[in-house]
Design a protein around this ligand. Structure first.
Ligand code: SAM
Length: 402
């Protein structure tokens, strides 16, 4: 029994009311992400395992997708239902007004996790939910609908199933910038954003990224310096929601674009000893229109003098090679010791964010920095941050955990 999603029902049922939305973050970025949302004036976040939750209207959910740099994806909470049998699950799910959230003929994908539920076959849960949704939606107007980018996230816990609709689509660390070449061990943009935040980077300071590789840190810093939102170059799953109104979205983008800046001279200095990496980064910057923010040079970190980029201390972000693929075990430790010695000798007063495996904490200890734990490429990694010769977190307030 499909029900018609009239504009009036969509307005009343979806557009005119507040929703709960859950922002998923990478492990270790929950509090940092909530702080970022708070600083951006988004609805007050409640930190939970795996992210943070907030209540707001659709434009706030759109703005969170457009602007949040440390978020992985944003889910719109739809409903929670209790079910101990498949017939229950399908019947209860069919009572939800899916037609207000999905277009006719939409066949969403499913991501299902279950814990302590009598229903535990994830494929069968998805099938029953698909049948319930299908019973509510009218057929598609045209046959050529292609693969849907809509996805329902199902989280079963103790026979209670929380159903959420993915607003983001592609994970938010995909910024939509055209990147040239395949870097050796690229950071995710969300981790780069976290490191920049921990170092207190606002877009005004001189920033040095002397082992830049593919340049994730410098590209993210360039967006910040030019006041370009994280999601400016990409699209989102919510574009295909029946409640999506392009004029409201265009209004948000227009407001954001008023802050854009063209920089007279770059204050971000990216370098690497790998000439090809530098060349590709310069191309990526040009392709994104970010060339005014970053100067790229092929240099060895150990011969580069900080005075060449700035007379006064600035911010240094460092992602040296480590881990299984790049410089496993002993060579990585030796390199890290040399990096630490160089930082102590030449970079007093600089604020720093340095990525290193947590297992190498002893190597980094002489710098007296704070450590923020994250996971990168399956490795437990620390972002070591603070002021060299000083220590302490440069800025940011803690958000209380729930
Ligand atoms: C882990 S990768 C950086 C990845 C980068 N953050 C990204 O997201 O693409 C480490 C980089 O350090 C560079 N590197 C290693 N030793 C160096 C040195 N002595 N001077 C400059 N660059 C160096 C490597 O060429 C490599 O590109």
């Amino acid at each position: 029994m499909s029900s018609a999603a009239t504009p009036r029902r969509i307005r009343r049922g979806v557009i005119a009311r507040a929703h709960r939305f859950f922002t998923v973050t990478a492990p270790g970025l929950e509090i940092l992400g909530a702080e970022e949302a708070q600083a951006a004036g988004l609805p007050p976040p409640l930190v939970l395992p795996g992210g943070f939750e907030a209540e707001g209207r659709l434009p706030e959910l759109y703005r969170a997708n457009l602007t949040l740099r440390t978020a992985t994806r944003i889910l719109l909470r739809l409903t929670a239902l209790r079910a101990t049998g498949f017939a229950d699950l399908e019947r209860r799910a069919a009572c939800f007004p899916w037609e207000l959230y999905l277009k006719p003929g939409c066949a969403p994908g499913f991501s299902v996790t279950v814990h302590r539920c009598r229903l535990h076959h994830r494929g069968a849960i998805a099938e029953r939910l698909q049948a319930a949704i299908g019973s509510r939606l009218a057929p598609a107007a045209d046959a050529a609908s292609g693969e849907s980018r809509q996805r329902i996230w199902v989280r079963g816990e103790g026979d209670r199933f929380q159903l959420s609709l993915d607003a983001s689509g592609e994970p938010l660390h995909r910024r939509g910038l055209r990147r040239r070449g395949a870097a050796k061990a690229p950071l995710r943009a969300t981790l780069a954003a976290a490191a920049l935040r921990l170092a207190g980077y606002t877009g005004e300071e001189v920033l040095l990224d002397p082992m830049c590789g593919g340049g994730t840190l410098s590209l993210e810093a360039a967006l910040i310096a030019k006041r370009i939102p994280a999601g400016w170059f990409r699209s989102f799953a919510f574009f295909d929601w029946p409640a999506f109104r392009p004029p409201a979205w265009e209004h948000l983008r227009r407001l954001a674009s008023r802050g854009f800046r063209i920089l007279e001279a770059p204050r971000i200095f990216a370098s690497d000893r790998d000439l090809e990496a530098c060349r590709l980064l310069a191309e990526s910057l040009d392709a994104g229109g970010l060339g005014d923010a970053v100067e790229v040079a092929c240099r060895d970190f150990f011969t580069l003098e900080p005075g060449e980029v700035s007379a006064a201390p600035g911010i240094l972000v460092l992602n040296p090679p480590y881990g299984r693929r790049l410089a496993a075990g002993a060579p990585a430790r030796v390199l890290l010791r040399a990096v630490v010695a160089r930082l102590r000798k030449r970079y007093a007063g600089w604020r720093v964010a340095l990525f290193a495996p947590q297992a190498f904490a002893a190597e980094v200890a002489p710098l007296g920095l704070n450590r923020h734990d994250v996971v990168h490429g399956g490795l437990k990694v620390g972002i070591f941050y603070g002021t060299l010769g000083g220590g302490g977190r440069p800025q940011g307030k803690a958000v209380p955990q729930s």
